[in-house]
Design a protein around this ligand. Structure first.
Ligand SMILES: *Cc1c(COP(=O)(O)O)cnc(C)c1O
Length: 349
């Protein structure tokens, strides 16, 4: 495998001269800022939101680097993982020419974002056991294949992908491999962040939307080589992470113990919910989960979904996904929420 980053990047991006903001050109402390056409009088809020935020979010990255045990320069922060996915397409994939590989059933945004960017999708379905079809993936690649998306733990199947399989792809594919670890905090899988030094073609995605409980702040993370992070920084909107999100996230990241405790409880509740669900005759299978949700095969997913909805409980019907016939995806809730779900299921038949 001969990996050359220069060859993977779109020409217009290689040549791009990025926008240089006021906050980019002057870094340091000054007493009078007259460079960015802000309202120097202030903002009509207690907090001072009148100044543009740090375009590279250094303070937030410092906190993340301590928690994730990775250097600041290897971190990119996006407006949700959605932005990271979109930027990956815009950096590497020529519309109407290049393609990427996804492995359904998996997270829907890889495909939607490809369609928005007019990038061809090649689908290599997971095996019956929800593991990667490594040979199928490698056979599906051609000279225009730029990215392989791997979601581990996978949404909606909830399993970890085999480490051997992932390493085989990282070693044998000369394009980028994106490993989406949105559910890593709930998993026994070791993060791939520490493998960045071994694989130049690796991008690890994480998110503060799940275990960290910050879905509304929209903070998606990418970890990659310096060269790849530089490309993301070049293409992103200058102020993609607003100041409120940066500030709240810095504060939230001090609460590691709270998050650890929640994760512990969610894992306990996951096993409790699984045991309870298996008591119902209409539940055919509850798949092993390494995430904060359960994939549940039932007799009639559409009917059960409607019944739950009528009782004000919303789950996700994944029946239309390949390999997910009659499957509902159920997020692990609080103990009270899970008991309410069980109670309503007891009245179903
Ligand atoms: C929830 C989820 C994300 C997180 O998306 P954000 O845009 O960061 O909220 C990413 N990947 C997968 C597979 C998910 O399920």
């Amino acid at each position: 495998m001969n990996f050359e980053l220069e060859k993977l990047v779109r020409c217009n991006i290689s040549k791009l001269i990025p926008y240089s903001s006021a906050r980019h050109e002057f870094i340091g402390e000054a007493s009078v800022y007259l460079d960015a056409n802000e309202n120097s009088f202030g903002s009509p809020l207690k907090e001072n939101f009148n100044r543009y935020p740090d375009p590279l979010q250094w303070q937030l990255k410092l906190e993340l680097s301590k928690i994730k045990e990775v250097s600041l320069e290897n971190i990119f922060i996006g407006n949700g993982s959605d932005e990271v996915i979109d930027l990956a397409y815009r950096i590497f994939c020529n519309p109407g020419k290049d393609n990427v590989i996804i492995c359904p059933p998996t997270y829907g945004m890889y495909e939607v974002s490809a369609n928005i960017n007019d990038v061809e999708i090649k689908k290599v379905i997971l095996k019956e056991n929800f593991q990667l079809d490594v040979d199928g993936i490698l056979n599906a690649t051609d000279e225009n294949t730029k990215i392989i998306f791997i979601c581990s733990p996978n949404n909606p199947t909830a399993n970890n992908m085999s480490r051997n399989d992932i390493e085989k792809l990282l070693t044998n594919f000369a394009g980028m491999v994106i490993i989406d670890e949105a559910y890593i905090n709930f998993s026994t899988q070791k993060t791939y962040i520490q493998e960045l030094t071994s694989y130049e073609n690796l991008i690890v995605m994480q998110s503060l939307s799940k275990a960290w409980g910050l879905a509304s702040l929209r903070l998606g993370l990418a970890f990659a080589s310096l060269q790849v992070i530089e490309l993301f920084n070049k293409v992103k909107p200058p102020y993609n992470i607003n100041k409120a999100s940066q500030q709240f996230a810095i504060e939230a990241l001090q609460n590691t113990l709270q998050v650890k405790e929640w994760v512990k409880q969610i894992l306990e509740q996951r096993e409790f919910l699984k045991r309870q669900l298996l008591n119902f005759s209409f539940v055919k299978k509850v798949y092993e989960s390494e995430a904060n949700f359960l994939l549940v095969k039932v007799e009639d997913a559409g009917d059960l979904y409607n019944y739950l909805e009528a009782n004000k409980i919303i789950v996700r019907n994944r029946s239309r996904e390949v390999l997910c016939d009659n499957c509902l995806r159920i997020t692990v809730g609080t103990p009270e929420e899970n008991l309410e779900l069980i109670k309503i299921l007891n009245t179903y038949d």
